[in-house]
Write a protein that binds this ligand. Structure first.
Ligand SMILES: Cc1cn([C@H]2C[C@H](O)[C@@H](COP(=O)(O)OP(=O)(O)OP(=O)(O)O)O2)c(=O)[nH]c1=O
Length: 199
């Protein structure tokens, strides 16, 4: 029997297991090339410009490591015009969740893909309605270990699902990669999806 092994057609410039799993879910296997860039926002930089810039910088850094088309992405939570990234520690995580408790916020995820068509990117905003969360729940949630590497200090796909009343927008974008927009960009770069479609 012939062993039919498909080679990856995309390099993922990310250490996020969520992004790899989301791409696998639409039939895209990747070569993983994590990159290290400065993620500090610039003074006065709007949140959508910030996440788009980081997604492009991650893709650009990855393109130095791979000859394949490269995907970079960035997710941030935005509340009252403030950009919330990943928590530095328990105190920071608790502060972020208290600021989101019982309120509506936006999650912005940008995706950028470099390839034969040049650098293409898209940015997706999702509205998230969170119920009130008691201080004891915030402490118990930190102890699970889930919030530590998540923007805004929560994971909608995990234990924090019980805090999320509803969303308007893209669930996959909140988890780390907007799959509809990503598929569009990959097709334009000639990267095949599960159905073999290329742009
Ligand atoms: C709001 C939210 C964020 N997240 C995650 C998505 C991102 O992985 C992370 C935000 O951090 P990012 O800096 O976007 O990504 P990352 O550091 O995990 O990976 P890399 O920079 O190497 O690509 O938060 C969830 O998994 N669930 C959620 O509900």
């Amino acid at each position: 029997m012939t062993d039919v092994t498909t080679l990856p057609a995309l390099c993922l410039a990310s250490a996020s297991p969520r992004r790899r799993e989301l791409l696998a879910s639409i039939g895209v296997d990747v070569e993983v090339c994590p990159v290290d860039i400065d993620e500090a926002p610039r003074a006065g930089e709007p949140a959508d410009a910030y996440v788009s810039r980081l997604a492009r910088e991650k893709a650009h850094a990855g393109s130095r490591l791979s000859a394949l088309p490269v995907l970079g992405s960035d997710t941030a939570v935005v509340c009252d015009g403030e950009i919330l990234g990943k928590p530095h520690d328990q105190h920071h995580a608790a502060e972020m969740l208290r600021s989101l408790s019982g309120r509506v916020h936006r999650v912005l995820t940008a995706v950028a893909v470099t390839g034969p068509a040049g650098m293409l990117d898209a940015c997706v905003a999702t509205r998230v309605v969170m119920r009130e969360i008691a201080d004891q729940e915030i402490a118990a949630y930190w102890a699970t270990g889930e919030p530590a590497d998540k923007a805004g200090g929560y994971a909608i796909q995990g234990l924090a699902a019980i805090f999320i009343e509803r969303i308007e927008g893209s669930h996959s974008a909140v988890v780390g990669l907007p799959l509809y927009e990503t598929a569009m960009l990959l097709s334009r770069q000639g990267v095949p999806l599960w159905n073999g479609a290329v742009g």
